[in-house]
Design a protein around this ligand. Structure first.
Ligand code: FAD
Length: 288
């Protein structure tokens, strides 16, 4: 099923993210986690491409397995920065052949060696979006950044480039994580002002340990509200308490988003079924 059909149903939905095993580890190492998350019957599951410590090699096969074994719609991430046109087409052929209908088109992060590389096939995600559109048959998503992408000098510049990406053929956007919903609401207002009218799926990260949030802060420059800092200060060293508080904080964010009419929330569940389960349980009546 195409995700734009799910999102346009306009009712509260939750989706969860999976990343392939780290260091090209065996699929079996994450299969039980995938099974437990799929059993929650999320609106869809996304599979990252070389992000979150996972590799890119397993994305297609994991996506195919989820859709075949559990009948959960899948969003396969695809990044282009280190790819050739032929490489992208090989991935698209494999996805199409397996009946995967949704792709999140990404540029990927610039590694130091990529920056000095010559003859790039792709420079920005908008080029990949256009190419997938020309290839045909996929519902195409793009990434967006409510606090601005780290390479953009201003948010308005970032939104102008996002408009180019959307015009290239995105059906929906998914946000980078944020910990203050007002940042999302203000951002979506600015997107609408800029003429971007497609759905903006809200990305929520349940923070369950201190190291995880340190890594996020270093990579994305995400702002932590004072309220959330107090939680980290008080519970950061107690893993069970931090997990409970992190799940409660994310649940509260999601309830507020649903209450304000945001239909689709994507949870960065980091291959952690217990976190996904708990959040889903907390929202059981709301999701009915
Ligand atoms: P782009 O949309 O190309 O934007 C990158 C930067 O270039 C932005 O600053 C933008 O403003 C700027 N820009 C765009 N067009 C132009 C132009 N014409 N001229 C000048 N500047 C321009 N990474 C992975 O490797 N694998 C994943 O699976 C993955 N999943 C993600 C999922 C989500 C929801 C999000 C939010 C991010 C994900 N990422 C993933 C991270 C992403 O690859 C990085 O953030 C990357 O640095 C940017 O990718 P993008 O697709 O947003 O790039």
């Amino acid at each position: 099923m195409k995700l734009n059909e799910i999102i346009s149903e306009n009712r509260p939905t939750l989706s969860f993210e999976i990343f392939p095993p780290k260091n090209s580890g065996p699929y079996e190492s994450i299969q039980p986690a995938i099974a437990k998350i799929a059993e929650l019957v999320p609106s869809y599951m996304s599979v990252t491409y070389g992000a979150g410590g996972g590799t890119s090699s397993g994305t297609v096969s994991i996506a195919v397995d989820i859709q075949k074994a559990y009948h959960v719609p899948v969003l396969a991430h695809l990044s282009c920065i280190n790819s050739t046109r032929e490489g992208v087409h090989t991935q698209l052929d494999a996805l199409r052949e397996a009946g995967i209908e949704n792709v999140l088109a990404l540029r990927g992060d610039l590694a130091p060696e990529t920056k000095t590389q010559k003859n790039w096939h792709y420079h920005y995600a908008s080029e990949l979006v256009r190419e997938i559109r020309e290839y045909g048959g996929f519902c195409v998503g793009g990434a967006c950044y409510p606090e601005g992408h780290t390479e953009s000098s201003t948010q308005m510049e970032d939104i102008a480039h996002l408009k180019e990406k959307v015009d290239a053929g995105c059906d929906f956007l998914t946000t980078q994580m944020f910990f203050d919903n007002n940042i999302y609401y203000n951002y979506v207002y600015k997107l609408r002002e800029a003429g971007i009218q497609i759905p903006v799926v809200a990305g929520i990260m349940p923070v369950t340990n201190l190291n995880q949030i340190r890594r996020i802060m270093a990579l994305s420059g995400t702002v932590l509200p004072q309220r959330f800092r107090y939680i980290l200060d008080r519970f950061g060293e107690n893993s069970a308490a931090m997990k409970q508080a992190g799940i409660a904080y994310a649940t509260e964010q999601i309830i507020d988003l649903f209450a304000n009419g945001v239909p689709a929330v994507h949870v960065y569940s980091m291959n952690n079924p217990s976190v996904a389960q708990k959040i889903q349980e907390n929202l059981s009546e709301i999701l009915k």
